[in-house]
Design a protein around this ligand. Structure first.
Ligand SMILES: [Zn+2]
Length: 283
């Protein structure tokens, strides 16, 4: 028995594998004659297991593997889908490690948007960046489902805090909060019932969730800009305990062994601070 479960008529999701492996949330979309895998998991054995699960779940061959972005937890299993078309944004391809081998495989890359039409279904793929240079999402209008990749982390992973530590491979850069905000605003204008995040549990109250994320990012932006105007250096700035950060501290406070969690939290907050500071220091 695999870990995929039905989400809507055409979509399925696996939020189980992420708990015991170095893989992200995995997804699948079924069309008439084939299916689409959303991310490949990591490492390769997880990719093979996921593919087997997809094929038995939908009883269809996998025609496309869509990579939401270039991070290893999403692409590490991609060689389990060597015969499938690798669908990814141009920027995602650019952001892949230099050692990546595409040898012999069919690639379909897109700049801003690609729409796959098949019978009554259309699947839309957008490049939005924000979390990483090439971050893209898949949207199924018929089912009102958005596979967001790592634009969103939801509990219990990362305490639901955004991961903004690794935007670009070379030279390494932290995330881009303004692109995240633009993406969230775009999602707000779309009809969505479920957001499947890159990590964590499926969001089933997307409008409220998006409002909270927008509020959180806007508050951080305002705070950082005012600190920069006061002439503070990055080391003098302390990220305020607002929104999800406050919640994360509360979760950690209820634990018996706090030190490891606090250290992890500090790393997350430093990345958040760095990405906001680097982005807004020149505006
Ligand atoms: Zn990830």
């Amino acid at each position: 028995m695999g870990n995929l479960v039905k989400l809507t008529k055409y979509t399925a999701v696996d939020t189980i594998t992420q708990m015991t492996t170095r893989a992200s949330v995995l997804g699948g979309i079924s069309l008439d004659k084939y299916s689409i895998a959303i991310d490949s998991g990591n490492p390769l054995e997880v990719g093979f297991g996921f593919r087997k699960d997809l094929e038995s779940f939908f009883k269809l061959p996998v025609k496309y593997l869509f990579l939401t972005h270039a991070h290893s937890d999403h692409r590490g299993g991609m060689d389990a889908f060597k015969d499938a078309v690798l669908l990814l944004s141009k920027k995602c391809k650019e952001n892949m490690p230099k050692s990546t081998k595409f040898g012999g495989r069919t690639l379909k890359t897109f700049e801003d948007k690609f729409v796959l039409e098949e019978g009554e279904l259309s699947i839309e793929f957008f490049h939005v960046a924000g979390h990483s240079l090439g971050s893209s999402v898949a949207y199924i209008p018929n089912d009102r489902v958005l596979y967001s990749g790592d634009l969103f982390f939801t509990e219990p992973i990362n305490y639901g805090l955004p991961f903004l530590g690794f935007y670009q491979n070379n030279p390494r850069k932290t995330g881009n909060p303004e692109e995240c905000l633009a993406a969230f605003q775009k999602f707000k204008s779309m009809k969505i019932d479920f957001i499947v995040p890159g990590h964590g549990e499926v969001v089933n109250n997307p409008q409220q969730y998006l409002d909270e994320q927008i509020e959180f990012f806007k508050s951080l932006k305002e705070f950082i800009i005012s600190e920069i105007r006061e002439g503070k250096t990055i080391d003098e700035i302390e990220i305020p305990r607002i929104g999800q950060i406050e919640k994360a501290y509360r979760i950690i406070a209820s634990k018996s062994q706090k030190s490891r969690d606090l250290k992890f939290m500090e790393t997350m907050l430093n990345w958040i601070k760095k990405s906001f500071y680097e982005h807004y220091k020149t505006t």
